[in-house]
Write a new protein. Structure first.
Length: 157
C-alpha cells in the first residue's frame, strides 16, 4: 500500500473519532483493515490520536462530557473491529494473566478498555472484572484468578 493512502485512511479515522461520528469511524476503520493497514497502526495512529485531541479539547473547554462520550463510543466500536485482528494472530498460550477493573465509585471504563485491548493484543489473557469495583472484590478476584498483574483503573481529574 502506498504511504499516502495509508496516511489518508488513518487521518480519516482520527477526524471521525474527533467528531464522534460512530458510523464514519467504523466505516473508515473497516476500510483501513480492508486496505491491509496493520490493526495496531489503526489503533496507534488513528484511534488513539483522535482521542488525544478529544481530551485536549475537553481540557480547553471546547468539548464537554457529551462530546467525549460520542467520541469514546465511536472509538469503542472501531476497537471492536480491530480487536479480533490484534488477538487472533497471537499464540494460543498467553504470556501472562491480568485481572483488571475500575475502582469503587468510578464508572468510567474508556481507559481500562483501551489498556485491556492493548494487553490482549500483546498476548495477555485479561480478566475484566468491570467498573465500580470494591477492594474486597479486587482481592477476591486476585485470590481466585492468581494473575501475574493486577490493573486498577481510575479517572484522574
Amino acid at each position: 500500500m502506498q504511504e499516502s493512502n495509508r496516511s489518508d485512511s488513518l487521518e480519516g479515522v482520527v477526524q471521525a473519532v474527533i467528531e464522534g461520528d460512530l458510523e464514519q469511524t467504523t466505516q473508515l476503520t473497516q476500510l483501513a483493515l480492508d486496505e491491509g493497514i496493520d490493526p495496531m497502526d489503526i489503533f496507534r495512529l488513528g484511534l488513539t490520536p483522535g482521542m488525544d485531541v478529544v481530551g485536549k479539547k475537553m481540557q480547553a473547554g471546547e468539548y464537554y462530557i457529551p462530546e467525549v462520550l460520542l467520541s469514546a463510543r465511536a472509538m469503542r466500536a472501531a476497537s471492536a473491529l480491530i480487536k479480533p485482528k490484534l488477538t487472533g494472530a497471537k499464540a494460543q498460550r498467553p504470556i501472562g494473566r491480568v485481572v483488571f477493573g475500575t475502582v469503587k465509585d468510578d464508572l468510567h471504563d474508556i481507559g481500562k478498555n483501551l489498556v485491556i485491548m492493548l494487553l490482549e493484543g500483546a498476548g495477555f489473557q485479561v480478566i475484566d472484572i468491570g467498573t465500580d469495583i470494591s477492594t474486597e472484590t479486587f482481592v477476591a478476584a486476585v485470590q481466585k484468578e492468581r494473575p501475574d498483574i493486577l490493573g486498577l483503573s481510575a479517572l484522574l481529574s
